[in-house]
Design a protein around this ligand. Structure first.
Ligand SMILES: [Zn+2]
Length: 419
């Protein structure tokens, strides 16, 4: 249903399935629906709503999402058994554009130790289940689980068998987050090149972040010809999580001229999506997280602040507005410079008293040395003192002469400034 030009990368969001499997996470149907509505605004191409066989609650959540959400393909996960496939179809068949997603292992480790089957049995089972799913639904995705650790020749055989059986999307997962980017790119490239019928299927990838390489591996796969990526908001998911949606999307946007690829995501909805997922899962985003961390657009050092205030291009490769933030954050700390100090006072609409400039700056520095961040409230108080006193200290000797211990200085400063 979406444009299928070769330079388009389709975004498949699995926040509600793989993301919801994060240890300690649980989303009820209402929470899932709220996230799905935000994913609709974000403009993702595919929403994986859940794993309907797992519980009646999840079945119901998938059904409500399929009935309400428009503009995206709705899918849900099934193991390669008829009961799972029936549950998926039962829950998503009312969607505008439904897709059944089947997962079955392909690595010898999984085939032997998890399934207790042979390679031939796995091929037969997979093909039968793909055909069964296709008897109900036009779109069937097949994920050979643990492809990253599989024998590539057997993976190729699996992929051509499943395309032959009717799979319309082949998703190559690095289930354990084990691959290196050049290895994973080469694997995906080889499968696309060698599997007969690969031109009839859309190739997708699903990377895990156990070694911090999920986004890098996803990018390598895109460069090798994959055109759909599975990812989650805030990178949540099993263990160390999945490819982070916001990182892949902004990577495609910021480096568009180099990569020549695009996606349909409305990037200004990213921050809202990130905050909603964080709130509903009760899990904060790490402050230094790329794109959506609280510090992703915050500048603390005086050199950087001065540079950003002169021209953002000095230290920003993307605009905060592009991800739905109102502005960069200039964090006032003891490392900030006077330029940032005055910038923040101006934005607060606070004017310093005539001649009160140096005194206010000294007050700021002394306070900044005692705490992590000087807030707007602190600034207002500093400015208010500059009006009433004109200079720091109000006739008292400098606090640093009175006390040497840092904590005492801190206490004394708070007392001096805020009474
Ligand atoms: Zn996964």
């Amino acid at each position: 249903m979406k444009d299928s030009s070769p330079d388009r990368v389709f975004i498949f969001d699995t926040t509600l399935r793989d993301g919801e499997q994060s240890p300690g996470f649980h989303l009820d149907a209402n929470s899932k629906l709220r996230i799905a509505r935000q994913l609709e605004k974000l403009g993702v191409d595919v929403i994986e709503a859940g794993f309907p066989i797992s519980s009646p609650g999840d079945f119901e959540a998938c059904r409500r999402i399929a009935r309400e959400i428009r503009g995206a393909t709705i899918t849900a996960l099934a193991r390669a058994v008829p009961e799972d496939i029936d549950a998926v179809w039962g829950s998503i068949k009312d969607a505008e554009d439904p897709q059944i997603h089947i997962v079955l292992s392909v690595s010898d480790v999984h085939i032997q130790r998890k399934l207790g089957m042979t390679r031939e049995q796995v091929l037969r089972r997979g093909a039968e289940m793909v055909a069964y799913a296709r008897s109900m639904c036009d779109k069937v995705e097949y994920s050979p689980e643990d492809a990253g650790r599989a024998d590539p020749a057997y993976l190729v055989e699996t992929v051509e068998t499943m395309i032959g059986a009717g799979a319309t999307v082949i998703n190559i997962p690095d289930t354990t987050g084990y691959c290196l980017p050049h290895e994973f790119g080469a694997l995906v490239g080889r499968v696309i090149k060698e599997a007969r019928g690969s031109d009839k299927a859309l190739f997708s990838v699903h990377c895990h972040n156990d070694l911090g390489l999920a986004v890098a591996n996803t990018l390598a796969a895109i460069e090798a010809g994959a055109r759909r990526v599975e990812c989650t908001i805030n990178g949540i998911g099993e263990r160390a999580g999945n490819t982070s949606l916001e990182e892949v999307v902004m990577l495609l946007k910021v480096r568009q001229s180099k990569l020549g690829l695009e996606c349909g995501v409305e990037t200004t909805q990213i921050t809202r999506a990130s905050r909603l997922v964080s709130e509903l899962t009760g899990t904060p985003v790490q402050p230094n997280k790329a794109v959506v961390g609280a510090n992703a657009f915050a500048h603390a050092s005086g050199i950087h602040q001065d540079g950003v205030l002169k021209d953002r291009l000095n230290y920003e490769i993307m605009k905060p507005e592009d991800v739905g933030l109102s502005d960069s954050r200039i964090v006032l700390t003891a490392r900030s410079g006077r330029h940032a100090f005055h910038h923040r006072l101006d934005r607060l609409g606070v004017k310093l008293a005539e001649g009160g400039d140096d005194a206010a700056w000294q007050r700021f520095l002394q306070l900044a040395d005692t705490k992590k961040e000087v807030t707007d409230e602190d600034l207002r108080k500093i400015a208010a003192m500059s009006e009433t006193n004109g200079h720091v200290g109000n006739g008292h000797p400098p606090v640093t002469d009175q006390l040497h211990d840092h904590n005492h200085v801190a206490d004394a400063m708070r007392h001096l400034i805020f009474g």
